[in-house]
Design a protein. Structure first.
Lengths: 158, 108
């Protein structure tokens, strides 16, 4: 799974500021929508679905990252946004730590294997401390793109 | 001399009595996605023994107590995994985790 194919460059937001989780998710959905990932009419429905999913159990799996997601028939392949929150956001994470990087993922509902492959791709890099450290230092979209390209060029030896 | 012979022939598991393992199929339609991975990791975390998991088609072991690592297995419906537990409560852990997976994580 190439991250650059998964992450929509126009949906990389480096300066999330809102202290509210739902507003940050909304901002990332707006970025995905503007990048052409889905139609404006779906935006509010997706926001509700993502929040509903978070309420079942936080996708803040620790180490300052969270992977909120929604499965929908409106997308044919997985697409993701990245939001960086320098100040840190309360995401009700498992380790109770603030979240600094949000990976918002939309997956086709009828293709569970694509969703699983996207999650695998994301966590292969997010489980690396080095990557998380560099991601926290990233200031611009170009910085993030460079990091993703490097991760794609040097896949974790498994 | 005969005891030395016995040592050679006895499998390692015979000595490591606290090491248990079991193979189990992922049955739920959506596979091992975030919620099942979380149920698995949190159940695994409730045991004192160490828990390693790998796909039977890949020897790469991950920590069964980590949600992130469990998601790195990308198990779809039909994937077989092997759960290995080592420690005093290894048998209980294996039984509980097996029941969780075989019960389709309470999904369809």
């Amino acid at each position: 799974m190439k991250l650059r194919q998964l992450i929509l460059e126009k949906a990389i937001v480096t300066g999330l500021k809102s202290p509210k989780r739902d507003e940050c998710i909304g901002e990332l959905l707006d970025a995905l929508m503007k990048g052409g990932a889905f139609k404006p009419a779906q935006r509010d429905e997706f926001l509700k679905a993502v929040i509903k999913r978070e309420k079942k159990g936080s996708t803040g799996f620790g180490h300052g990252v969270s992977v909120p997601h929604v499965k929908t028939l409106e997308v044919k392949k997985c697409v993701a946004a990245i939001g960086l929150h320098p100040a840190g956001l309360d995401f009700n994470a498992l380790d109770r730590q603030p979240v600094h990087a949000i990976f918002l993922l939309l997956s086709p509902e009828d293709k569970p294997e694509l969703h699983l492959a996207a999650m695998e791709g994301l966590f292969s890099i997010l489980s690396q401390e080095q990557f998380r450290k560099f991601l926290r230092q990233a200031k611009t979209v170009a910085d993030v793109v460079t990091l993703l390209d490097e991760a794609d060029a040097n896949p974790l030896v498994r | 001399m005969s005891s030395r012979c016995l040592m050679k022939l006895t499998p390692i598991h015979w000595y490591a009595k606290d090491l248990k393992s079991s193979r189990v199929l992922i049955l739920n339609r959506l596979g091992l996605h975030a919620r099942p991975a979380m149920s698995f990791a949190s159940m695994a975390g409730s045991f004192g023994c160490s828990i390693k998991v790998h796909r039977t088609d890949n020897q790469e072991r991950v920590d069964g107590k980590s949600v992130m690592q469990m998601l790195m297995l990308a198990c779809t419906q039909g994937t077989e995994i092997e759960i290995e537990a080592e420690g005093a409560d290894a048998s209980e852990a294996i039984a509980a985790l097996r029941a969780l997976v075989e019960g389709r994580f309470e999904e369809e």
